[in-house]
Ligand binder design. Structure first.
Ligand SMILES: *Cc1c(COP(=O)(O)O)cnc(C)c1O
Length: 368
């Protein structure tokens, strides 16, 4: 059988949740498991995020899958619902919605949650304030007006916004966004009462770089999976552990003479007699097609340079200096010893995108 796998380590995930608690001891944790838990598999990840206070997803299908898998604590739809019918499903499933637009506000005011669902606390709604990302959310004045309406309708409000440059701590844009957020929050609390309004501003980079604005809820994503939110800080430096091991095996070994070329476009040529290994992974499995000359895989603790173009189902490595590696040897594409962040540094993209793009073809295993 083709030996290509993704292994999910839920103990590493639980460790990373504890790291979030270390960074944000006074905030509740909304663990972001959107996009199938950044490609890790949301259901597989549930065992690792048991200690989170809530889960965050991007759409209804993701939320319903988590309810079906047994998650009982809050689930926040971070883009809210896309129709009135969906709003009603959200009510029936006890899902918490973001409201970022007038249309959503109308639905939320028309169908109010049945109080019977919420015995010990009022129904919560997240109100998105646009502080400068300019993607979703109300203006400051719009948010104040909407908050009054939601408050009157009986909702508990979580004022939420998102930082555009949280991974660059000294970018002055952060200060501008934080200042606006703090100002709107203060005005809301003054008007509606401090208890009526909670707040949430920080993703992974934000909660690490701006501890003073962690507020009531932090929203970590990438750091839960062991990726660093800052390109210039390694995950090991933050004591984050990789949740995903992405591996494959050597499926063929060849001796190439000097001058032989390898792969599509004949882009690489042997400049010495070369022991070539063919690895059972390609871009259809989620390995990036375009990587720099620095790219390598790990086997037996050695770095095997990738040579030639990565193909759909295979990639080739130079094993000349790694005699201990042979046919059937397993290799690490990313995981322990080789972070996805390092692989991302050989490409035009980020750890986030590489994780999300891991395909369905590799065999999946979950370690609990
Ligand atoms: C995805 C997302 C997060 C998590 O961001 P990370 O950078 O992965 O920590 C937080 N908040 C919102 C609104 C998001 O969409």
């Amino acid at each position: 059988m083709r030996n290509t796998w993704v292994e999910i380590n839920t103990a590493a995930l639980a460790h990373n949740v504890r790291r979030v608690r270390d960074y944000a001891p006074n905030a509740r944790v909304l663990a972001m498991v959107k996009a199938d838990a950044y490609g890790h598999g949301a259901a597989a990840c549930l065992a690792g995020v048991q200690d989170a206070d809530a889960l965050g997803v991007a759409c209804m299908a993701e939320a319903l899958a988590l309810r079906a898998a047994g998650w009982q604590k809050p689930i926040v739809l971070i883009e809210g619902v896309f129709s009135q019918a969906e709003w009603r499903v959200a009510l029936a499933q006890n899902l918490t919605c973001v409201v970022h637009h007038e249309t959503q506000l109308a639905w939320a005011l028309q169908d109010l949650p049945h109080r019977a669902f919420y015995t010990d606390h009022p129904p919560t709604i997240w109100l998105k304030l646009n502080t400068g990302m300019n993607r979703l959310g109300f203006t400051a004045n719009g948010a104040l007006k909407v908050a009054r309406q939601l408050h009157t309708a009986g909702y508990q409000i979580v004022l939420a916004s998102h930082l555009a440059n949280a991974d660059v701590p000294d970018d002055p844009y952060n200060t501008a966004q934080i200042t606006l957020f703090v100002d709107v929050l203060a005005r809301l609390r003054a008007e509606l009462g401090a208890d009526a309004v909670q707040a949430s501003l920080c993703n992974s980079a934000g909660l690490i770089n701006f501890p003073e604005v962690q507020f009531d809820w932090v929203r970590p994503g990438i750091m839960l999976y062991g990726g660093s939110p800052m390109v210039d800080v390694a995950p090991q430096a933050l004591d984050l552990r990789p949740v995903m091991q992405f591996g494959a095996a050597v499926m063929a070994v060849h001796a190439l003479p000097v001058g032989a070329s390898v792969g599509y476009g004949s882009r690489w040529q042997a400049t010495r007699p070369t022991r070539l290994g063919v690895i059972s992974v390609g871009y259809a499995d989620g390995y990036p097609r375009v990587v720099s000359e620095a790219a390598y895989v790990l086997a037996e603790g050695m770095r095997l340079p990738i040579v030639g173009r990565v193909a759909m189902d295979m990639l080739m490595v130079d094993m000349t200096d790694a005699q201990a590696v042979g046919l059937g040897s397993t290799v690490t594409l990313w995981g322990d010893g080789l972070s996805v962040d390092t692989v991302a540094s050989w490409t035009n993209t980020l750890n986030y995108e590489l994780l999300c793009h891991v395909g369905t073809r590799p065999t999946r295993r979950v370690l609990t």
